[in-house]
Design a protein around this ligand. Structure first.
Ligand code: NDP
Length: 287
């Protein structure tokens, strides 16, 4: 068996096209969703991600601005800038690109963003809302993965789902979303004993560790759906996932490639979250 390739790029394009009439209706009401992305320092990977985000917004006629600051910026200066953006009615969404340089406390920075403008869904109040099953802004990567599973018509209810990786931005929200959709979820981390014994039980396997090709075909249940979140640049300059694609595709029923899988979906979900933020803020203004 060779796995079906889940084409995240194609699905992302489809979802963007579907948004066009909705965006046109919003424009008639003078609502043009706008996002401000803050980039501190000169991490090359972050610069690429930020440009992707900004270009996607511009292509759809949305407003996006990227504010780039030197790595020496102080935390107080960044917090001050975030407060100004929180109070700026022309800005609907605020995103601080992670990772920040080491002298920043990322939690403090994220908590400074108004929850109503936290389109990444990382603020503690948005994370809490997801935790109790009443999500406001869902973190973009797991949100995009749920859309992919939906588009692939994967049965989640009753499925065994294993999430490898337990970060606040991918693994934990992913597990919560799968659990809410009716899966029985196992979350693994770097201390998990016999990882293969866990992953081999998975009907749905999501891997987000940042460890290149750590999941091999022998760790996958035949017929599983495998979602590879990892983005790792190899020494040859090519991008690699956290799953060894060639051996995994011999066993799985469906698998996301890297690149062209989860990545493009993450950006579309950021668009959706920003549109949602703009709508909510507009309603509040009218109330
Ligand atoms: P983090 O480093 O924050 O978290 C990694 C998680 O993986 C931790 O929970 C860690 O466990 C776990 N882990 C590490 N090694 C192992 C191991 N050997 N076995 C089991 N678990 C392990 O990473 P992120 O969640 O931020 O990102 C993960 C990957 O996803 C990265 O490659 C990143 O680039 C990519 N990414 C891709 C996105 C996209 O749009 N496609 C978006 C966001 C991230 P422990 O808790 O014990 O430390």
């Amino acid at each position: 068996m060779t796995a079906r390739i889940i084409d995240g790029k194609q699905l992302a394009e489809k979802l963007k096209l579907q948004m066009v009439p909705h965006l046109a209706r919003l424009k008639e009401q003078s609502i043009v969703p706008s996002l401000t992305v803050i980039l501190v320092g000169d991490d090359p990977a972050s610069q690429v991600y930020v440009n992707h985000k900004a270009n996607t917004f511009k292509k759809l006629g949305l407003i996006s601005s990227v504010e780039t600051y030197p790595a020496q910026m102080t935390e107080a200066e960044l917090l001050d800038r975030i407060r100004t953006l929180n109070n700026d009615a022309s800005v609907n969404g605020i995103l601080v690109q992670l990772p920040l340089p080491p002298h920043f406390n990322a939690d403090t920075v994220i908590e400074a963003i108004s929850p109503a403008k936290d389109v990444d869904g990382f603020h503690v109040s948005n994370a809490g809302a997801l935790m109790i099953g009443k999500p406001t802004f869902i973190p973009c990567t797991p949100y995009g993965i749920m859309k992919m599973l939906e588009d692939e018509q994967v049965t989640i209810r009753g499925a065994e789902a294993v999430v490898v990786g337990a970060s606040n931005i991918v693994g934990k929200p992913m597990a919560l979303l799968l659990q809410k959709a009716g899966a029985t979820v196992t979350i693994c981390n770097s201390k998990t004993r016999d990882l293969g014994a866990q992953t081999r039980r998975a009907d749905i396997l999501v891997v987000a560790t940042g460890k290149p090709e750590m999941i091999t075909g022998d760790m996958i249940k035949p017929g599983a759906v495998v979602i590879d979140v990892g983005i790792n640049r190899g020494q040859d300059g090519k991008l690699k996932g956290d799953v060894q694609f060639e051996s995994a595709r011999q066993v799985a029923a469906a698998i996301t490639p890297v690149p062209g899988g989860v990545g493009p979906m993450t950006i579309v979900m950021l668009l959706l979250n920003t549109v949602h933020a703009a709508e909510q803020q507009n309603l509040k203004q009218k109330a």
